[in-house]
Design a protein around this ligand. Structure first.
Ligand code: NAD
Ligand code: TYD
Length: 466
């Protein structure tokens, strides 16, 4: 995805350092003669336009930083007030009721960046409760619908005339993609295609500033790059695609569609490929929230295979900040890798979680929680290691993860312990069926992984999927 789009104004890296200093000036106060300095330094009117776009986020950054320090749940009234003040064209978010999407919507509204329209199908992974705190916020609109519904998507563009689209909606769980890949192809590929087509038609109607500023941000994953050996360098933006799971293949396909729409139709899109996220509101089918939920109930903590697979963990709010930076200042047509620089084996993650739970739940009858760790049959085709080289994002846009793995994990465990009602509400009914489907046939550690998948597939075919 590297390489500029024809006609795009390329900012050479030579400019980047002065630009950052310049941005500091711009954020310094309302009396600084920003436009004059912009023309003086860069000698063109576009620079003034960019400067105005840059100045606004820089100014908001101060409020944002203060807000990020507080817990999300304790600041709802401020969020509503800030969001009410905002006006202008909304951004259209897809999948905003899911894990990363809801964190993004909350952060976006909290920092007063403008209105949000959230299109979400509310699959098992989408929970309107995640956004209960902004439900009555006039800057927030929820639309219950499917990204594959071309008529609906077209109508949303026409009615809301968004200034950007941030596309999160996806089927996102590798294990589910192994047991039932169909919905992954439909939502991740067809859904992205539908959005691209609608965005393209809409973009063709835009003129002037609305056209210049329009962006399509496609949120993707590092899993498109495949797997790394222990000594391999981390994934960078030029790493060839080599997806291994049905999930990764569907996301890779969607990335390729976005790339093609940029190059063929000139759609002003950007792609981000991010490493494993963790944090509040993550559905307890993914490693970290699943382990916390099981540990709380004294259930086994199922570690696949030898537990030595490595992931590069990123706190979700850091991801949301990266997305906002790419949306506001990223170069059209570019890919940005987002990662926390926190490579940990699964066993390390689970062990650290157990230690945190021992500390934070001193009265738990299952202390030490480590005793719950259970090795189970491996995931078929399990990628051994992911690691992200995020230097492009850091160098160009000045983004850096603010949360270390230790601080982020502690916050996350505290959040789950404080929000047991949320966990209970999302883990009823269909969730129990999923747990049985995914874990019952894994019970014997060392069982061949493909055999396990075959057994589960037979069960799925016989009993019907979730
Ligand atoms: P999630 O599964 O928690 O949420 C997905 C959301 O999309 C849900 O709200 C769901 O209801 C909605 N959705 C699903 N199908 C839909 C459809 N057809 N129409 C409309 N809405 C639909 O996912 P997440 O973890 O928040 O991931 C969000 C995005 O980020 C995904 O595109 C994923 O590939 C990407 N990503 C995730 C991670 C991670 O660690 N979670 C890492 C890198 C990239
Ligand atoms: P997951 O959270 O599903 O994310 P991804 O597959 O996208 O990386 O899994 C993270 C790692 O944890 C992955 O290597 C699989 C492993 N894992 C387990 O060992 N046990 C589990 O029960 C789950 C859900 C995952």
């Amino acid at each position: 995805m590297a390489g500029a789009i024809p006609g795009e104004r390329v900012i050479v890296s030579f400019y980047l350092q002065p630009l950052r200093v310049f941005r500091l000036f711009l954020g310094a106060g309302p009396f600084f003669p920003r436009n004059a300095v912009a023309v003086l330094l860069f000698g063109d009117v576009n620079a003034v336009i960019s400067a105005r776009r840059w100045w606004l986020p820089a100014r908001r950054c101060r409020t944002q930083k203060e807000e990020f320090r507080k817990e999300m749940g304790s600041m709802q009234s401020e969020k509503v007030e800030t969001a009410k003040e905002s006006s202008g064209a909304p951004i259209l978010v897809t999948g905003g009721a899911g894990f990363i999407g809801s964190n993004f919507v909350l952060e976006w509204l909290a920092s007063g960046k403008g209105p949000v329209v959230n299109l979400d199908k509310l699959t098992y992974a989408g929970n309107p409760e995640n956004l209960a705190s902004v439900e009555k916020n006039p800057a927030y609109t929820f639309v219950h619908g499917d990204i594959c519904d071309a008529a609906l998507v077209k109508r949303l563009f026409e009615e809301h005339r968004p200034r950007a689209i941030v596309h999160f909606a996806a089927e996102s769980h590798v294990d589910r993609s192994i047991l039932g890949p169909e919905t992954f192809l439909r939502t991740n590929i067809d859904g992205t295609f539908t959005l691209l087509q609608a965005a393209r038609s809409y973009f063709a109607t835009l003129e002037g500033e609305a056209r210049d500023g329009f962006r399509f941000l496609h949120v993707s994953t590092d899993e498109v790059y495949g797997t790394l050996e222990p000594e391999d360098p981390a994934f960078h933006e030029e790493t060839p695609y080599a997806p291994n799971s049905p999930y990764a293949a569907s996301k890779a396909s969607s990335d390729h569609l976005v790339r093609a729409w940029i190059h063929t139709y000139g759609l002003p899109a950007m792609i981000t490929n991010c490493s494993n996220n963790y944090g509040p509101y993550q559905f307890p089918e993914k490693l970290i929230p699943l382990m916390i939920a099981n540990a709380r109930k004294g259930k086994p903590l199922p570690v696949y295979g030898d537990g030595q697979q490595v992931r590069d963990w990123l706190y979700v709010v850091d991801h949301c900040r990266a997305l906002a930076a790419v949306l506001e200042r990223g170069r059209v047509g570019e890919t940005y890798n987002v990662g926390g620089g926190n490579q940990r084996s699964n066993l390390q993650v689970v062990t650290t979680l157990c230690e945190l739970l021992d500390e934070l739940s001193p009265d738990s009858p299952v202390r030490p929680h480590k005793q719950l760790i259970t090795y189970v049959a491996d995931r078929p085709g399990h990628d051994r290691r992911y690691a992200i080289d995020a230097r492009k994002l850091e160098g160009e846009l000045g983004w850096k993860a603010q949360e270390s793995f230790e601080t982020g994990l502690r916050k996350t465990v505290e959040w789950y312990l404080a929000n047991t009602a949320w966990v209970e509400s999302v883990t009823s009914g269909a969730y129990q069926h999923w747990v049985a489907q995914n874990y019952d046939s894994r019970e014997t550690a060392g069982a061949g992984s493909r055999e396990t998948a075959d057994a589960v597939a037979r069960e799925t075919t016989a009993g019907g999927a979730r």
